[in-house]
Design a protein around this ligand. Structure first.
Ligand SMILES: [Zn+2]
Ligand SMILES: [Zn+2]
Length: 258
């Protein structure tokens, strides 16, 4: 089993799983969780989704004593332009082995919850990806671009339709992640639960063409039963595209054969 680099425990507002329980499903591999940071989060009535950092690190340290250093720390940073300064302030005195960039919301609504009848698909896609570009152009340091298509997980769109509305933004996003050496997350929840394998195939082809080489695998598990969800299928999917390695974010950053 490969290293799952998108995982939540009860340090995230939307998970009830004890961090320690992941040891039972990781098959003796290392574990990293990526807990939510989303300031003014619309889905919890604009409260902040944040991490009790000291408690989190304390828990990781104590688990590392018990399980010989198998646990690593991570954060899923939900970027909005309005929260950029708060994110920078939050991160400046903290260390995480893995920092994901996610676009979940815009300060008004979560992109998965918006009423698509009130906004055209064209305007929606433009807003979503322009926000992603803004995040990538900011001075916040991210390791990985997570679920690049979160906003369209529940929208039925063909690759051709997606290409015509999104490609100019996606080209810019790829240029930025290649330049900044930010890895591209293959999100198995998006690919197999939300059936977006075709969009991943499209995006990965573009990314490889522009010289992109850095991939991670993430299940976006919020409980142990979803840990490394369909990683075998994702592995085959990547090998078919001649992607043979993923990048691991632990104490050291390194490439590993899949
Ligand atoms: Zn997310
Ligand atoms: Zn997540």
């Amino acid at each position: 089993m490969m290293f799952d680099q998108h995982v939540h425990s009860n340090f995230s507002f939307d998970s009830n799983e004890d961090l320690e329980n992941y040891i039972n499903v990781s098959n003796k591999n290392d574990i990293v969780t990526t807990e939510h940071l989303d300031f003014s989060n619309p889905i919890i009535n604009y409260e902040d989704s944040s991490i009790d950092y000291l408690k989190y690190i304390e828990e990781i340290d104590s688990l590392n004593k018990k399980y010989s250093n198998k646990f690593f720390s991570g954060i899923e940073i939900g970027y909005t332009p309005n929260s950029e300064k708060r994110i920078e302030d939050f991160l400046k005195d903290k260390n995480f082995n893995l920092k994901l960039l996610s676009i979940h919301q815009n300060g008004l609504y979560d992109y998965m919850c918006v009423n698509k009848k009130l906004i055209s698909l064209e305007a929606f896609i433009q807003e979503y990806f322009e926000q992603m570009i803004q995040a990538l152009e900011s001075s916040i340091e991210f390791n990985v671009l997570a679920h690049f298509e979160y906003g369209i997980r529940i929208i039925d769109i063909s690759v051709a339709g997606f290409d015509s509305l999104a490609s100019k933004f996606l080209n810019k996003i790829i240029e930025l992640i290649v330049k900044k050496e930010i890895a591209f997350e293959v999100n198995t929840k998006s690919m197999y639960k939300y059936k977006k394998e075709n969009l991943y195939s499209y995006m990965i082809e573009k990314y490889l063409k522009k010289g992109g080489k850095l991939f991670t695998l993430g299940s976006d598990a919020h409980n142990i039963k979803d840990y490394a969800y369909k990683f075998d299928e994702a592995r085959k999917f990547l090998l078919t595209r001649n992607v043979k390695e993923i990048i691991l974010f632990k104490d050291k950053i390194k490439m590993e054969k899949i």
